[in-house]
Design a binder for this molecule. Sequence first.
Ligand SMILES: [Fe+2]
Ligand SMILES: [Fe+2]
Length: 349
Amino acid sequence: MVTTTPKKVTETKTAAKETLLTPRFYTTDFKEMSQLDISSNLEEVEAIVEEFRIDYNRDHFIRDKEFTASWDTFDEETRQIFIEFLERSCTAEFSGFLLYKEISRNLKKQNPLLAEGFSFMSRDEARHAGFLNKAMSDFNVSLDLGFLTKTRKYTFFAPKFIFYATYLSEKIGYWRYITIYRHLEKNPNYRVYPIFRFFESWCQDENRHGDFFAAIMKSQTSLLNTFESKLWSKFFLLSVFVTMYLNDLQRSDFYSTIGLDSKQFDLHVIRKTNQSAGTLFPVILDCEHPQFIPLLDKCAEANQQLIDLEKESQSFFSKLPAYVLMATSLLKLYFLPTIETKYIWTEKV
Ligand SMILES: [Fe+2]
Ligand SMILES: [Fe+2]
């Protein structure tokens, strides 16, 4: 007798509506990047590429028995919360994969060492994205990554901006994953889905990626030792922190499902990432400034107003006060005093 198990219908998603806060896809000036002279910090770059080559996580991303449990027990709201978390994470990882792969392909001839480093990083990001997409199938959905590649709009960033932005996104990724991992290690009753068990080794990939960008940046001293570099450091720190804060406050239900307070979680990740950046950037933010959190909250308030008005399809004019509140809060944040880090490689030789 042949028995057939009823097949679950897997819905293929083509990614959520794009907004300013959704994970973005980037492209850059490959020619300019291929001409980078990294000779002043060659040893460090080589050492990190060697670490990539060892491939510590080759056998890490293997799904085990725990994933075969049925997640139909999740109520519909929790299911949606998880799908959204997995989808956003998968999109962000996949965006890294595409960018690193393209850079690697374009640098192969002129800059083989950097090309190799980028190729190893794209390998890691492909694993991360694939693992997340497989996890989505536990909830009977999957992301159409081919469709995403073709239809997403790509944002152009000059190489130096790619370095500031990706260094920070890798480091913030590290702090996010490790914070969730450590929290669930202490509170296993909140570990409602097995993917979190993989975060400890996973985040080491992100940490190494961040170190790779740091090593490249150290070879380009003008990115770290000029007045302009201080302005850009501040700008990117703030952009990355505000984007995460606004995103996560919108998703506090996800964090409470795993026993975290989204605001406290974000503030911890912001402080830690800011500290990490202090070992590279010439300036970092003063997160303990009494105005820092209130101004972040003002941005979140303006964001909430904009979301509500958007739902009501209100005109630009009625949104204006919220835009003004957002812009003034961001400007105030930007002009708060910073902390000088004064690391030696930021000095001119
Ligand atoms: Fe990743
Ligand atoms: Fe990464």
